[in-house]
Design a protein around this ligand. Sequence first.
Ligand SMILES: O=C(O)CNC(=O)[C@H](CS)NC(=O)CCC(=O)C(=O)O
Length: 270
Amino acid sequence: MAAPTYLLGAVQMTSTADRSRNLETAVRLVNEAADLGARLIGLPENFAYMGPEEGRRAGAETLEGPTVRALSEVARRRGVYVLAGSIAEKVDDPGKTANTSVLIADDGRVAAAYRKIHLFDVSIPDGARYAESEVVVPGDKVVIAPTPLGRVGLTVCYDLRFPELYRKLAGLGAEVITIPAAFTLFTGKDHWEVLLRARAIENLAYVMAPAQVGRHSASRQTFGNAMIVDPWGVVLARCPDGEGVCVAPFRRERLEQVRQELPALKHRKL
Ligand SMILES: O=C(O)CNC(=O)[C@H](CS)NC(=O)CCC(=O)C(=O)O
């Protein structure tokens, strides 16, 4: 029987090219969220490394690598689920990696892994150019993880702009949708909250969105505003600027009430 109520936790951090500091910060903030009572705790996209491309590829790991292992240890020790927002996962193509979100269970085992499907190939009007598909292989699988905390649907960052992925997750029974991100400041200031709340409202699900924040290098600045949104679209918790965590309750009764009062998922025609 799935837990009726528990706390979700979203981490906000400023990852850089300093891997050991990033991992130290990630572990510290997961522990902080666990201290606050959170049982499903998410880290942002690329929490382990944000820096020059060569360094990202050089540090690519498998799901048995040191980054996931370190977080598995925390998950097991604290008895919490940890979403390793995304890591650069080693793939067969030596020039590329996958951008993979890994859900680690409270016994330390990998419960699910999702490879980011939509890659950020965008020239931002502020001058920055992103060409993620030059270095990342896209995933092609929709991933839902049945857990004792509910059915968790995994997505990453730019996926947020593609509602059809979230519809598929809703069809698979998603109750909590995770969206770890490194949204740019430029797009995030206008789009991030609107899109997160829309995904929660239209799919009548909790949304947990850990985020990168602040300045990562001379040319990269992210929006932050890690948040937790309820199935009515209400922002239950939001991180203020800087590194930290925010927590908010998942309540199954609330989820079921909202779905009963507003049965839109049953009214689909297309
Ligand atoms: O580049 C890195 O170091 C880390 N990777 C990212 O930050 C990823 C891929 S480039 N960013 C996004 O998907 C931003 C999406 C976004 O901002 C939007 O949809 O508006």
